[in-house]
Design a binder for this molecule. Structure first.
Ligand SMILES: Cc1cc2nc3c(=O)[nH]c(=O)nc-3n(C[C@H](O)[C@H](O)[C@H](O)COP(=O)(O)O)c2cc1C
Length: 189
């Protein structure tokens, strides 16, 4: 039996009852046993400070965060939509990954957003694609995964109860699996 594929699922919301966090836990449940999904919160990531980095290098929490990304076969990023864009918390966490090469370079990445509004955070997703572009990550294009109207789709414990959303998430995981296999193929000579 082959080892499960390791996915690091980064949550762009710090909220305890975050719908994005709950969606990542739903992914972990739906993706098992083929995928081993670790949900990574960002509470320990400090604000990026270029002077600090020049003087001391990466703080320990950032070193652990980068090591977890490097060790993962694929990355899933869930973002809330704040003021029509991604959360500041997530932008800051991605700024720490900037550099040549970025730890995200050639890493398969899938993105999703969850929002209480009907649009499901779609505007934030386009900004997230733009922010990821300099990292040279291999970002899954389709299907786009948005969960709108989140209040009706998760129960009070944060369990995704909406069957249509669960089916969509399962298809999203399958598409990301195909994407990871595709980008891991050796280049044709
Ligand atoms: C500062 C702030 C700005 C927000 N801006 C938007 C927005 O532009 N569009 C939207 O759909 N929802 C917006 N929301 C609602 C959030 O998307 C919603 O609260 C969502 O549940 C947050 O994600 P979370 O549940 O993972 O924390 C905003 C919420 C906050 C706190």
């Amino acid at each position: 039996m082959s080892a499960p594929t390791r996915l690091l699922a980064i949550c762009g919301s710090l909220r305890k009852a975050s719908y994005n966090r709950s969606a990542l836990h739903a992914i972990a449940e739906l993706a098992a046993p083929d995928y081993d999904v670790e949900v990574r919160l960002l509470h320990d990531i400090p604000m990026y400070d270029h002077d600090f980095v020049d003087e001391h290098g990466d703080p320990e929490a950032v070193q652990r965060y980068k090591a977890a990304i490097a060790a993962a076969d694929g990355i899933i990023i869930a973002t809330p939509e704040y003021s029509h864009s991604i959360s500041g918390v997530l932008k800051n966490a991605l700024d720490w990954l900037h550099g040549k090469p970025s730890v995200l370079a050639r890493k398969p990445v899938a993105i999703l957003s969850v929002s209480s509004s009907v649009l499901g955070g779609s505007r934030a997703q386009y900004d997230l694609r733009k922010v990821l572009q300099p990292s040279e990550a291999y970002v899954l294009g389709m299907p786009e995964m948005m969960i709108g109207g989140a209040r009706r789709k998760f129960d009070e414990r944060g369990v995704l109860t909406d069957e249509a959303a669960r089916t969509e998430l399962a298809a999203f995981i399958a598409a990301f699996g195909d994407w990871m296999r595709l980008v891991r193929q050796p280049a044709a000579v």
